[in-house]
Design a protein around this ligand. Structure first.
Ligand SMILES: C[S@@+](CC[C@H](N)C(=O)[O-])C[C@H]1O[C@@H](n2cnc3c(N)ncnc32)[C@H](O)[C@@H]1O
Length: 271
């Protein structure tokens, strides 16, 4: 299998289970996205760019609630996810989104087209995120906003969370093996935003907490499917170690609090 296909399989795995997991992911992270979105003062007829849209939930949110008289362009490199996003929009009767299947490195960002650009858990995975932030800057109209939600720390653990530790360590190692940065939202994104030319930067950190059984399900699904493949392929963990970690997670008493990430929300304005 070529390397790119292998990397994609980490993100996708079996499509159906990956789509289900992405829906859980959106359920965890949407409240913070929605809260911040409400503070942006974007005109209802504005044009929005969604980078790495996944199954399209954020694109649908913006298209219906932020810019109902405007338009959203949403792209992702994974064809199955883009197709799921298209179907979701169609089923919901949303007709102001254009979905594009493209890698960020090849996407035609154009120039001065958008009033808002959003990323959520995308730049953290990229090798060359600074360049993409620069392209986003070029694609913004004057006065346009960048709104990035990227990882500060994957998994915040409180209490008896030893069963989570292998997963957290492996998650970070996989991001880094793919050329990303597991703490990009804090370590590099603010600097990349400023270096691109955005000004008036605002930064906050979110620590989303959800129903703990949902988190256990999300972690278990990720570990047992797409992560397992790449952890073994890269020699980070053996199948036996991963199976033991999944069993420990399932057996764990729920004497803990786990948040699936600490998330930086970074806003910048194109002068
Ligand atoms: C963790 S998911 C987040 C999806 C979505 N932004 C959300 O918040 O629900 C990361 C997404 O980034 C996409 N992605 C990763 N690398 C990419 C690249 N180089 N170009 C375009 N999309 C990419 C993946 O296919 C995946 O859909």
């Amino acid at each position: 299998m070529d390397q790119d296909a292998d990397h994609r399989s980490y993100l996708l795995g079996d499509t159906e289970s990956a789509v289900y997991r992405y829906r859980l992911f959106n359920r965890v992270h949407e409240p913070a996205t929605r809260d911040r979105m409400a503070t942006l003062n974007i005109a209802p007829d504005a044009h929005v760019l969604e980078v790495g849209c996944g199954i399209g939930e954020t694109a649908c949110l913006f298209a219906t609630e932020l810019v109902p008289a405007g338009h959203v362009v949403a792209f992702d490199r994974a064809p199955e996810l883009v197709e799921t996003a298209r179907q979701t929009a169609l089923e919901r009767g949303i007709d102001n989104i254009t979905f594009v299947c493209s890698d960020a490195a090849e996407f035609d960002f154009g120039s001065e087209r958008f009033d808002l650009a959003h990323t959520r858990f995308v730049l953290s995975y990229l090798n060359g995120a600074a360049e993409i932030v620069g392209k986003i800057f070029g694609a913004m109209k004057k006065g346009g906003l960048f709104f990035g939600e990227e990882i500060v720390q994957s998994y915040v653990l409180v209490g008896e969370t030893a069963a989570y530790e292998p997963f957290c360590k492996w998650f970070g190692q996989l991001i880094e093996a793919g050329g990303g940065q597991a703490d990009y939202g804090l370590r590099q994104l603010p600097a990349d935003v400023l270096a691109s030319g955005f000004t008036d930067m605002r930064a906050t950190a979110q620590w989303p907490l959800e129903d703990q059984s949902l988190i256990v399900e999300m972690v278990g699904l990720a570990l047992a499917s797409e992560m397992k493949h790449n952890l073994t392929r890269l020699g980070i963990a053996s199948e036996a170690e991963i199976d033991a970690a999944v069993a420990a997670l399932n057996a764990t008493h729920r004497n803990f609090t786990v948040s699936p990430a600490m998330v930086a929300q970074i806003i910048g304005r194109k002068p």
